[in-house]
Design a protein around this ligand. Sequence first.
Ligand code: APR
Ligand code: PHB
Length: 391
Amino acid sequence: MRTQVAIIGAGPSGLILGQLLAKAGIDAVILEAHTPEYVLGRIRAGVLEQVAVDLLDEAGVGSRMHAEGLPHEGIELLVGGTRHRIDLAGLTGGRKVMVYGQTELTKDLMQARAAAGLKTEYEAKDVSVHDFDSAKPRVRYVKDGASHEIECDFIAGCDGFHGVCRASVPKTAITNFERVYPFGWLGLLSDTPPVSEELIYAKTARGFALCSMRSHTRSRYYLQVSLTERVEDWPDDMFWDELRRRLDPQASARLVTGPSIEKSIAPLRSFVAEPMRFGRLFLAGDAAHIVPPTGAKGLNLAATDVRTLSRALIEFYQGSEAGIDHYSARCLRRIWKAERFSWWMTLLLHTFPDTNPFEQRALDAELDYVVHSLAGRTTLAENYVGLPFED
Ligand code: APR
Ligand code: PHB
């Protein structure tokens, strides 16, 4: 088989890239290790920056997001028992975010791909990438017991943090930057109305908590937990009791509880691999970087990587290599700003088991400064809604 771009991974990065390339008349095949149901079963964040919303419109998959997504103009920080509103729109000249679950977005992308008759090979096993240091890279995989090979011009490594693409690059060609946090987030999804119209990020002596949502009738809540905790040790009642303790009295009284539809623990990690291009192989999304979810940047970074990659590939087929040459540096500039923001939000809002008391007081003072100073709130708001794109 031959294609122009072989995309590895059918998560948001691979699916958005596939859509953007198809719009430009560039042929691509997506290889995905798992089933569509498995991909849709993973519950992830759901806050989109304006640049991601615009990109999904450009990709032709924005209509349900506009109909069902919830535009948010502010978030609340609960600090020392008091809620402080960060007026995202007022502080950033009217910019806002869109609350729309990654699962729904993935569904829209899958449907658009199927409707356009574009090829996605699900349950592609033993995917391996070859000769990406030449002009004729190849991808091999096994499907239903039979081996296949794809010849292509480029390979897009959209295969997430544990994927094969980054792992196939010689160790000497890549530098990893990493910070692992000493706690995780226990998340619970329930068909209950959200406790508040806006997201609440809570810093408490018992640990961080987040009140988020998927719709007016579906809520997503998180609790900071130690890495030794297991989901089985957290029956729903215990989760709700602990969440109530981490909220202010008003929110705690308003909280509507119900059975969980999903419950899972995710560790928190910051990670960046540099560079993001190796000859004819490009990394995009979680394959190249991970952020802790505190800043809601994971999906947004994936979207902006593939925006840059699609433009670079379109430019290549029009006769210029400038875009592919600049891909890595262009992405990393934006990625590091989101990494910094996510790390900073994580430091400010969580309880660290081993922070020295001086540092803890200094961080508390910084959070106090952020919520009470116009400059502090503005810096948080402009990063949260997403920094402007520098093309
Ligand atoms: N071969 C084929 N597919 C693979 C392989 C492989 N060897 N390894 C992984 N995959 C697939 C995974 O099954 C998954 O469906 O690649 C896909 C990667 O998807 P994601 O992990 O969702 O990564 P990405 O598309 O970059 O999306 C980033 O998802 O994890 C969240 O917070 C993150 O919101 C961000 C977004
Ligand atoms: C979520 O809704 O899952 C969510 C929202 C905001 C975050 C993280 C997760 O910062």
